[in-house]
Design a binder for this molecule. Sequence first.
Ligand SMILES: Nc1ncnc2c1ncn2[C@@H]1O[C@H](COP(=O)(O)OP(=O)(O)OP(=O)(O)O)[C@@H](O)[C@H]1O
Length: 557
Amino acid sequence: MCALVGAAGALLQPLATKALVDRMASGGTITGILIGLTVLVVMGTAVEAFGAYVLERTAESVVLAARRTVVGRLLRLRIAEFERIPPGDLMSRVTSDTTLLRAVSTQAVVSAATGAVAFVAAIVMMAFLDAVLLGVTLGVVVLVGGAVALVMPRIARATERSQRAVGEISVALERAFGAFRTVKASGAEGRETARVEAAARRAWRHGVKSAKWEAAAGSADELAVQLAFLAVLAVGGARVASGEIPVSTLIAFLLYLFYLMEPVSRLVDAASSYQEGSAAISRIAAVERLATEPVIGRQDTPPRQEAAVPGPASVRFEDVSFRYRPGLPYVHHQVSFDVPGTGTTAFVGPSGAGKSTVFALIERFHEVTGGRVLVDGKDVQDWSLAELRSAIGYVEQDAPVLAGTLRENLVFAAPGATDDDIRDALARTKLDALVERLPHGLDTPVGHRGSKLSGGERQRVAIARALLRRPRLLLLDEATSQLDAVNELALRDVLTEVARETTVLVVAHRLSTVTGADRIVVMDAGRVHAIGTHEELVDEDPLYAQLAATQLLTPAR
Ligand SMILES: Nc1ncnc2c1ncn2[C@@H]1O[C@H](COP(=O)(O)OP(=O)(O)OP(=O)(O)O)[C@@H](O)[C@H]1O
């Protein structure tokens, strides 16, 4: 609206100028018209400035809204989708692509609207002044406009490629930062830098291409008006000379012609930024199409376990077959086992046997391809994800610790945990001595992915975090593999105690952690090979006996 008011003010200026010239020609006084003209200019500028501010503010709000929508979806993506697209690319869609929306969402829309209105208004005024000169003007504008229309799709294509390359920069950086020590230890800094640079160069190349087309389109509008000016000057001059129109009409017409320059350039700008924005929109819309998990409430405050909640959960696999994606080989073939509530069940077997996948299916990170997974006798598909996951404490294989303080990491899965709860979990996982050593105790930052902690400390933080959740089912995937013998023994005692009130499932390569388990599920190549206690399996199952013998377990019993 402000832009329209401003444009209307500017539209009146040529008429006032015509009145001024006519008045001067007839020897009248011009003070009144001059004051009116000045007020028109000042008011028009002020209203347009205010409009520009409102517009930028709205543009920022559109970017914010887009970012919130995309982020809201990204953190709810299904794991299979998340594994398909590099995180760096997803990040660039939140940061870089949404920025492009700023121009298209408001500036372009408003420019197109005000440009079109002002264009039509000027044309009407010109028609009112002289139809022949209008015909000359429109002829030139249509000619140049056709050429601009050919250029437009090239801007979209170049922008899309440039944005894709920006995503590749994030992907390359994320790859190097994710294994920073390995990059250094491998002397790969130069090669990794070259990868990032190559992506940056691609972004530059396509950015320059887009700029080239935009410059061509942008100068076309000036060219159109300048050409029209020359044509109007020639035709109009002849008409003035032949007395068909007065000179004041030609002056007013030429002023309208220059007035036309702004709406035309607005229309071209709007079309260019629409092309840029549409490239960003297609990348953002692709995120909208990725499969997400059902909403499970606010992710940062999962429902806490209350005292009234039933005790340990049972787990049952019924003929489960599973593959990670269609076309990939099956990872589970008719896997069946039964785990009653309480007690410790260990999963052992060669690497790649499908042990961690058992946990992924219980957590419903992936859906089974065939068969059923039951928790508490109920198919996990029938559980609400919120309830299912709030019943489970999970320590994944590489025991991730998040950037932030130690306290934030501990209460991550149980935001309502009290200081007493935290103290108790620290004592059980033998972390209390570490906390005393840290400069700011629990509030000490642990670094990116917990890089300021040792591997064993990270594992104990992850276990303490899982215990604080007071789970009905505790899943520990290689959770004690990096602990020294003393700490491992201590944690084994803690887990035995926990297993009296919780169902504990552990995956372990170090069989010393599983000899005391109530039952052991031996897996091999995606099948359950045998189930029993350590004593039974050593006698009855050759695969387990071999695993036990190679790890010197048999004599150690
Ligand atoms: N996200 C995934 N996408 C595709 N394949 C996967 C994925 N995760 C695991 N696999 C494959 O599934 C098989 C079983 O993996 P899983 O992690 O369950 O084995 P595991 O018994 O826990 O092995 P390890 O003892 O080495 O941890 C492996 O062949 C692995 O390559």
